[in-house]
Design a protein around this ligand. Structure first.
Ligand code: ZN
Length: 313
């Protein structure tokens, strides 16, 4: 007999934003577990003026291992891994474990083998509190990726954009304010794109070459307004929904093919952790991880302004 286990059963993602505190937490609909998590988070929130908390979890047979991450905005958004909770949903018991902070090695200089299989990981919606950690992880494996940044998030985060550039990452344009571009005028679309390109230039000295419209939405108006090729994706990790590094990794590993473009968001801890799982496996399978522009370059596909690309084959 086969039992099908609903991985999400027992856990619902909740988000609370009050003033300068933003908290994402798992809700189990069990008074014992939920009260414990409330008290646990209260302790971590106590005294922090500006804080963001999110989490990553793994789940096996009703046992959840949840790790919370705390970001203190006044300390330049450095992320701290807090202790981890092991929650047994069979008997609603909880115990707490501790983590050591991981070290990252920096490796630079890389050479390309033109015959390798290649894919492009892409990260949207930053720069944000988690972006630096993602860059560190990509550097650790000596791989490249493309970050589609929001213009509205550049001010104050110029150092993160410079770190991307210094690490060989590509910076793309993800509009200024993440509006749904199908609902605004062509003039407004041009303004959203232009403002962001200018802000990227002011931060790093080069303009973005690629556009990813917010929500990946494309229309004839957007194509006409874009002075860059439009890059969407063909593998969606659903990281914004899952907060689960293993699920994010599986969605990539189950589908990946030469020339794919993978959508992720650099603003989640689970996404950062997924990289540590998925990158070694992709490298084992012979994939090279490159920026979107590198991907098309090695596939000898030239990109035209205003044209839409979801993969390189
Ligand atoms: Zn986005």
């Amino acid at each position: 007999m086969i039992f099908i286990v609903d991985n999400n059963k027992g856990l619902v993602n909740k988000e609370v934003i009050t003033g300068n505190k933003e908290i994402s937490y798992p809700y189990f609909n069990s008074s014992n577990v939920d009260k414990y998590i409330d008290d646990y988070l209260d302790k971590y929130l106590n005294g922090d003026d500006e804080v963001l908390i999110d989490y990553d979890y793994i789940q096996h047979d009703g046992i959840y291992n949840v790790t919370f991450y705390r970001y203190l905005f006044d300390k330049k958004m450095v992320s701290e891994k807090t202790s981890s909770l092991v929650i047994n949903t069979h008997d609603d018991t909880i115990f707490k474990t501790s983590y050591a902070t991981p070290d990252f090695d920096f490796v630079s200089n890389r050479e390309y083998d033109k015959n390798k299989k290649r894919i492009a990981l892409t990260f949207d919606d930053g720069p944000n509190y988690n972006t630096s950690k993602i860059i560190d992880t990509l550097n650790k494996y000596n791989v490249h990726a493309t970050f589609f940044v929001l213009g509205s998030r550049i001010k104050g985060n110029e150092n993160i954009l410079n770190k991307m550039k210094a690490s060989g990452m590509e910076i793309g344009n993800h509009t200024y304010s993440h509006k749904l571009l199908t609902k605004v005028t062509e003039e407004k679309i041009k303004e959203e794109i232009g403002m962001t390109s200018k802000l990227v230039f002011d931060a790093v000295g080069t303009y973005p070459n690629l556009l990813r419209p917010s929500y990946g939405s494309v229309s004839s108006k957007i194509k006409k307004a874009s002075d860059m090729p439009i890059i969407i994706w063909n593998i969606d990790t659903l990281d914004w929904k899952n907060h689960n590094s293993r699920k994010i990794s599986s969605r990539i590993l189950n589908k990946v093919k030469d020339g794919d473009i993978v959508l992720m968001h650099d603003i989640y801890s689970a996404t950062a952790n997924a990289l540590d799982i998925v990158i070694p496996k992709l490298l084992d399978r012979g994939y090279e991880l490159v920026t979107v522009s590198e991907l098309f370059y090695y596939k000898e596909i030239s990109l035209d302004n205003g044209k839409v690309y979801g993969y390189a084959r």
